[in-house]
Design a protein around this ligand. Structure first.
Ligand code: FAD
Ligand code: NAI
Length: 471
């Protein structure tokens, strides 16, 4: 039963999930508000996540390439210097122009932007502590929670964002640390390790599993990625647990315990990055005032249509189930609004791509070999290495491969895994193929322009259903 409401939909959180949903609702002609407490729209992704990290990844790669990879291309370069302040400025400018862009889109689509922290007073009313001081209350016929996630802390190591940092500190270090230790060899760990290693830091990644890359990455690809990154200068300690840390002195000391057989050691660093995962964020949201509960992983529980047990209150993005990815959050923003306006929505959770923006990039969509094995699926594998691709050869970028996993009987594509210079763009084609239920033969019979890296994608499909031509 809904009471008189000021807004058709109120979004709490102006991250990718919330701002995309709010724009979609505005486009549908609904009266919509979005409450955001950080003083800028775009959430983690635009402000301290996807965007600033990609700016640093791109520019640190360019720097590293100019230092180490121009001679063989016939380009002699002298006096290459790092201007970290300018690199950070370029990053900040990308961020601010994008967040302002979202503000403009709010105006264009009649979304009311409420700057402050939202907290449930009752099932339809949200109290907002305004950034500029004071308080207001707004009511929503529908309310969508999109409050995102935060870095998981490491017990006993207090984050000061200077010596002991999360990704937020790691994208804003004022100077290149001499020694950096990264706890956690997942996506954040490897992307940030790449940035600082390229800029001159001695980086060690400590990962308690036997492989890096975090959940989802195919084991064969993860192994190759680790090998290539190690060649670039990053040290890895896998199967190693950080027991405790001590940041009371000048730097930080970490006690490490190696898996069975190995020896324990203490290592020190100027900066330690804690990158052991992220957890849903609901602090100060007042969910206890309306009887909503979190599951054992602190996620807000929802049904297929993103509804909590209070049906007009929905939840999207990092704060609920599924991969913590910006494009997943974005899809949910659109779908949640469509459930409200049309009664149906669509997100295919089986076809959400993942990209690690190291060099080379790693990208995948669908299932990996371990997942297919544990599900008892009879599958076949086809691969094609970039060493056999003409464009990769001309670019002098031949590391990596494309790997297809397909149903052994029907040839339907089940997973695509790529490591290579352009993997993050190439996976879009794989995602489309998976979404359309394509077979590897469908891809193999699709004409691809020559010479492009994408031909490796086609040839891997050919190798899966019959034979590659060039390998
Ligand atoms: P968020 O973006 O976290 O937004 C939630 C917003 O809600 C925040 O702005 C917060 O201030 C606000 N909020 C919280 N509580 C309240 C409240 N009570 N009242 C008002 N506002 C509130 N994903 C990718 O797909 N690609 C990448 O390359 C990528 N890189 C990343 C790099 C880093 C370093 C990090 C940390 C993350 C990265 N991610 C990446 C993940 C991506 O940032 C998240 O998946 C995405 O931001 C989730 O969107 P969201 O809207 O659910 O949450
Ligand atoms: P993650 O879950 O990807 O990786 C965490 C890693 O830390 C795992 O490999 C885990 O085994 C390891 N670990 C956990 N506890 C540990 C301990 N005590 N000691 C040593 N290792 C430990 O999490 P991460 O990298 O923090 O990223 C968080 C989220 O942000 C991810 O869900 C990811 O999807 C998202 N993200 C996405 C990016 C992208 O799409 N390019 C970039 C950055 C983040």
């Amino acid at each position: 039963a809904s009471e008189a409401s000021d807004y058709d939909i109120v979004f709490i959180g102006g991250g990718v999930a919330g701002y995309v949903g709010a724009i979609k609702a505005g486009q549908a002609g609904l009266k919509v508000a979005c409450i955001e407490k950080r003083g800028a729209l775009g959430g983690t992704c635009l402000n301290v996540g996807c965007i600033p990290s990609k700016s640093l990844l791109n520019n640190s790669h360019l720097y590293h390439q100019i230092l180490h990879d121009t001679k063989k291309r016939g380009i002699d370069v002298n006096d290459v210097k790092l201007n970290l302040t300018q690199m950070m400025k370029a990053k900040d400018e990308s961020v601010s122009s994008l967040t302002k862009g979202v503000e403009f889109l709010f105006k264009k689509n009649n979304v009311d932007y409420v700057k402050g922290t939202g907290s449930f007073k009752d099932e339809h009313t949200i109290k907002v502590n305004l950034i500029d001081g004071g308080e207001t209350e707004i009511k929503g016929k529908n309310i969508i929670i999109a409050t995102g996630s935060e870095s998981t802390p490491f017990p006993g190591l207090e984050i000061d964002e200077k010596k002991v940092v999360t990704s937020t500190g790691a994208i804003a270090l004022p100077e290149v640390p001499k020694k950096m230790v990264v706890i956690g060899g997942g996506i954040i760990g490897l992307e940030m390790a790449s940035v600082w290693s390229r800029l001159g830091s001695q980086v060690t990644v400590v990962e308690f599993l036997g492989a890096v890359g975090g959940p989802g990455m195919d084991a064969e690809i993860a192994k190759q990625a680790q090998k290539i990154l190690a060649k670039q200068g990053i040290k890895f300690k896998t199967n190693t647990k950080v027991l405790k840390g001590d940041a009371s002195g000048d730097g930080v000391k970490l006690d490490l315990e190696a898996a069975k057989g190995g020896k324990n050691e203490t290592i020190d660093a100027d900066v330690v990055l804690v990158a052991i995962g992220r957890r849903p964020y609901t602090e100060g949201l007042g969910i206890e005032n309306i009887g909503l509960e979190l599951d054992e992983r602190k996620r807000l529980v929802i049904d297929q249509e993103y509804r909590t047990k209070i049906p007009h209150i929905r939840v999207i993005g990092d704060v609920t189930f599924g991969p913590m990815l910006a494009h997943k959050a974005e899809e949910e923003g659109v779908a949640a609004v469509e459930y409200i306006t049309k009664g149906y929505g669509h997100v295919n959770y089986g076809a959400i791509p993942s990209v690690m923006y190291t060099h080379p990039e790693v990208a995948w969509v669908g299932q990996n070999e371990a997942e297919l094995k544990s599900a008892g699926v009879n599958y076949k594998v086809g691969t094609f290495p970039f060493t056999a691709n003409s464009r990769a050869k001309t670019n002098l970028e031949t590391e990596g491969l494309v790997k297809f996993l397909a149903d052994a009987e029907t040839d339907r594509i089940l997973g695509i895994h790529i490591i290579g210079a352009n993997a993050g763009e190439m996976i879009a084609e794989g995602t489309l193929a998976l979404e359309y239920g394509a077979s590897t033969e469908d891809v193999a019979r699709t004409c691809h322009a020559h010479p492009t890296l994408a031909e490796a994608f086609k040839e891997a499909a050919m190798a899966t259903y019959s034979h590659a031509i060039h390998f």
